[in-house]
Design a binder for this molecule. Structure first.
Ligand code: SF4
Length: 355
């Protein structure tokens, strides 16, 4: 349906998750849809979904169970895509963008937990990088990443922050080489200097957190994903066995000492543990003066959880209502992004959409 259209818009590049069964880049699926009122939503193609899309002339129309719901918009084409770098690589294969308007990089796009069969059960990073996302670069030498950063900053978009996400190298030396070095290059290339967010696995040596700050990182996230200790062990076996639930919290506290209150974030996934446990987890995070980064579970093809039902609207609503109460209780906590994002409603909840 999208492949035959002539419009230009931001197409999904599947940098770290597959999200759609049998998808190819040539299908040109948008990563998000614009719902109006500055709201964006992820596009996850699912057989049997009550939602469907259809072009009617120029309008892209959203239907629910066959009934017209609204006209939706396509995200603007990324102005920093389509540029060739001096090594011949296209910016499309170097830069990642999250949501509709937040560019950055996915550094070290692999994870050693896959080698041990201990990957997080929802994670489709390796499946993505060996199929639909294969053309994306895996290495970020200094020159390449500096040029790409300049394209972002000279694109004409107001970009307040560069967002960096990483896979998980085997050890801290790997982190220094494949994550810290590129971060330094991004920071050096930025003119003017802007915020740099980093979502990564915590290091073994917590002293490395200070090195992130010195490299120019301004906020950091370590996603524990699951608050319940036993479910954490079964859903994230690598993080549990090779790092540890308690050490994860120690790392978050250590990062808060480096970056300050609510400049460190911890993600949990809605839909992978009982509601009461998610709610308790959200409060435990905010109570530690750590920011919340929730994500609504999506069942990615090629993962152990591909057939797990996604959370219901009723469950998402209950969690969002609790989150709204918590934001009132912890008014100093903000969100990583100052815009609506695709798989989370933190920004909407923080801005009072739940009343
Ligand atoms: S730590 Fe888990 S979520 Fe992160 S890349 Fe590895 S398997 Fe995926």
């Amino acid at each position: 349906m999208f492949a035959s259209r002539s419009e230009e818009y931001y197409e999904n590049t599947y940098g770290y998750c597959v999200t759609n069964r049998g998808v190819e880049r040539g299908h040109r699926l948008p990563q998000v849809l614009l719902l109006g009122d500055e709201l964006v939503v992820s596009v996850l193609r699912r057989e049997g979904s009550p939602w469907s899309l259809r072009f009617e002339g120029e309008d892209l129309c959203l239907y629910h169970e066959g009934r017209f719901s609204q006209v939706v918009g396509l995200p603007e084409a990324l102005p920093f895509f389509g540029k060739e770098l001096s090594d011949g690589v296209l910016t499309d294969d170097v830069i990642s963008a999250y949501g509709a308007v937040t560019p950055g990089f996915f550094l070290y796009p692999d994870c050693h937990y896959f080698d041990r069969g201990a990957q997080c059960r929802f994670c489709s990073l390796r499946a993505a990088r060996s199929t639909v996302a294969k053309p994306l670069v895996k290495d970020f030498p200094r020159q390449r990443i500096m040029e790409a950063t300049r394209h972002i900053q000279n694109s004409g978009w107001r970009v307040p922050m560069i967002t960096n996400t990483t896979g998980t190298p085997l050890d801290d030396e790997g982190v220094r080489r494949t994550v810290l070095e590129p971060l330094r290059a991004i920071h050096d290339a930025c003119d003017p200097k802007i915020k740099m967010h980093l979502l990564t696995h915590p290091p073994q040596d917590l002293g490395l957190i200070e090195e992130y700050k010195r490299a120019g990182v301004t906020s950091i996230a370590f996603n524990i994903e699951i608050y319940d200790r036993d479910l954490f062990a079964s859903i994230c076996p690598g993080k549990d066995r090779l790092y540890g639930y308690d050490k994860w919290w120690d790392a978050l506290d250590a990062a808060r000492e480096v970056f300050g209150d609510y400049q460190v974030y911890c993600g949990i996934i809605w839909g992978l543990e009982p509601l009461a446990s998610s709610m308790e987890g959200m409060e435990a995070i905010l109570d530690r003066r750590i920011g919340l980064a929730t994500n609504v579970f999506h069942a990615d093809p090629g993962t152990a959880m591909a057939r797990r039902p996604q959370p219901s609207v009723a469950d998402i609503t209950a969690l969002a209502e609790r989150e709204a109460e918590l934001y009132r209780k912890y008014p100093d906590a903000g969100t990583i992004y100052d815009v609506s994002m695709r798989n989370t409603i933190d920004w909407e909840v923080r801005n009072g959409y739940m009343g």
